[in-house]
Design a protein around this ligand. Structure first.
Ligand code: AMP
Length: 382
C-alpha cells in the first residue's frame, strides 16, 4: 500500500519534529516554506519546497498535483494567510480547520470565542485609537497589557501599562505604550492577570470527534518567552484544574470542528483557569511528550490529520523541558548532556540570534523529586 503523504505549510522546528514523528509511522512528509526563509530546519528530515505563500495559483498547482496525491495538508504556524488555506482546501483536505486558523490569528477573535463559550478570559477591549484606550483603562482600573491583535508571539508586540492609581496619572504611560504599537493597529487591551502560575493543555481530536488530552503542563515564561515546561503538573489542585481545562478544550474543539493538536494556554488564579491564548498546532509546551508520553504530540497530530487512530496521551514518569534560547550550548555542555541518559538534547539547526529558540532539552525522571534534583543540576551545567 502506498504511504500516506502529509503536506505541511511551514518548514521550521515544529515541521521538523512532525516529520520525525511521521517517519516512524510510515507517513511521508513534504513541507512548503516561504522562499525568504534560508536553511529551513525541517529540510534535515523532509523535502522543503521554497514557495511564495501569496501566489495562490502556483501553490494550488503544487498541492493539487494528481500524480502526487496528498492525504492531508496541515500547518506548523498560524501565520499562514487564510486566503491561501481556503484556496488549497478546495483541492486537498486541510486540518485543523479554516475557522481555527482564522480565529487563532487574531487575539480579539480568540478572546471573543472564549467569551462565547463561557471560558474565563481577561477583560479585553478592541483598540483603534487613544480614545478607545482611554475608555478601556477607565473600565479596567488596574494594570493592563496592550498587545497587537495579530502576528504577536513570544511576548513581542506587547506593552504593559501599570495603573498609577487614577486615569489621569496613567494616561502618559498609556500614550507611550500606544505610540510604540501604533504602527500595528488594531490593538487589544487586556487586564493584567496577577496569576499564581501558568499552565497549558495539549489536546488532540481525530476526524471522528474522539478527543485525547495530555496531562496539564506547568509553564514558566521570562520576558514573554517560554523557558521551562514541567509535566505532568502535580499539585493538590491539579485534578480540579484538569477538569476545567478539559471542559474548556472540549468546547473549543467541537465548536471549530477541529482535527489535530490544539494547545491552550491558561493563567491560574485562585484555582481557576483564565484562558490567555490558543495555538492551532503542536506547541512548544508539548515538546516534553517526545520522551515523556506514550505518544508524542507530533505523532498524534500526524495520526489525527492522516485519519489514523490516536495514540495514548499518558505520561511516562516526569518530564521537564527547558528551551535553549539566544545562544547554543558549548561543546562541553553538549558532552555533559550526552553523559546523562535521561537528558535529551534537541537542536533545531538554527543560527544563534537574541531571543531565538534554538533547541530544547527534555529531562526525564521516574519520580518528581529526582526530576527536581536533575533540573537543578542541568541549570547549573548550562
Ligand atoms: P502571550 O504572547 O499573550 O502568550 O504572552 C506571553 C506571556 O506574557 C504570557 O505567557 C504571560 O506570562 C504574559 N502575559 C500575557 N498577557 C498577560 C495578561 N493579560 N496578564 C498577565 N500576564 C500576561
Amino acid at each position: 500500500m502506498q504511504a500516506k503523504k502529509l503536506a505541511i505549510l511551514g518548514g521550521g522546528q515544529l515541521a521538523k519534529m512532525l516529520a520525525q514523528a511521521a517517519k516512524r509511522i510510515n507517513v511521508d512528509v513534504i513541507c512548503f516554506e516561504s522562499k525568504q526563509v534560508e536553511n529551513p530546519c525541517a529540510a534535515e528530515i523532509a523535502p522543503v519546497l521554497p514557495v511564495d505563500f501569496a501566489d495562490l495559483t502556483s501553490m494550488s498547482k503544487l498541492i493539487g498535483d494528481k500524480n502526487n496525491p496528498i492525504t492531508a495538508l496541515t500547518i506548523e504556524t498560524e501565520n499562514i494567510p487564510v486566503s491561501l488555506a481556503k484556496a488549497l482546501a478546495e483541492s486537498v483536505t486541510f486540518y485543523p480547520s479554516i475557522e481555527a486558523l482564522k480565529t487563532s490569528q487574531d487575539r480579539l477573535f480568540e478572546k471573543t470565542l472564549f467569551s462565547e463559550l463561557n471560558i474565563p478570559t481577561p477583560t479585553y477591549f478592541n483598540i483603534n485609537n487613544m480614545n478607545d484606550l482611554y475608555l478601556g483603562l477607565e473600565k479596567i482600573q488596574h494594570n493592563s497589557v496592550l498587545k497587537t491583535r495579530t502576528m504577536g508571539y513570544d511576548g513581542k508586540g506587547q506593552q504593559v501599562i501599570r495603573w498609577q492609581g487614577n486615569l489621569d496619572k496613567t494616561l502618559p504611560i498609556a500614550e507611550k505604550a500606544f505610540n510604540v504599537l501604533a504602527n500595528s493597529l488594531p490593538l487589544i487591551l487586556e487586564s493584567f492577570v496577577d496569576f499564581d502560575y501558568e499552565v497549558s493543555l495539549i489536546s488532540v481530536r481525530d476526524k471522528l470527534g474522539n478527543i485525547k488530552y495530555y496531562p496539564l503542563t506547568k509553564n514558566t515564561h521570562e520576558s514573554g518567552i517560554l523557558r521551562l515546561s514541567e509535566a505532568p503538573f502535580s499539585a493538590p489542585e491539579a485534578d480540579v484544574l484538569m477538569q476545567q481545562a478539559q471542559t474548556h478544550a472540549q468546547k473549543i474543539l467541537s465548536k471549530l470542528d477541529y482535527v489535530g493538536v490544539l494547545a491552550i494556554e491558561f493563567f491560574v488564579k485562585n484555582n481557576m483557569l483564565i484562558a490567555n491564548e490558543m495555538a492551532p498546532r503542536v506547541h512548544n509546551s508539548g515538546h516534553w511528550t517526545i520522551e515523556g508520553a506514550n505518544t508524542s504530540q507530533f505523532e498524534n497530530h500526524v495520526r489525527a490529520v492522516c485519519g489514523l487512530p490516536l495514540g495514548s496521551t499518558e505520561a511516562i514518569g516526569f518530564s521537564a523541558m527547558q528551551n535553549i534560547i539566544s545562544t547554543l550550548p558549548s561543546d562541553e555542555v553538549i558532552a555533559k548532556i550526552a553523559d546523562l541518559p535521561d537528558v535529551h538534547l534537541h537542536l533545531y539547526g538554527k543560527s544563534p540570534r537574541p531571543n531565538r529558540k534554538l533547541g530544547h532539552i527534555t529531562i526525564w525522571a521516574d519520580t518528581q523529586d529526582k526530576l527536581k534534583e536533575f533540573i537543578k543540576n542541568t541549570t547549573q551545567a548550562n
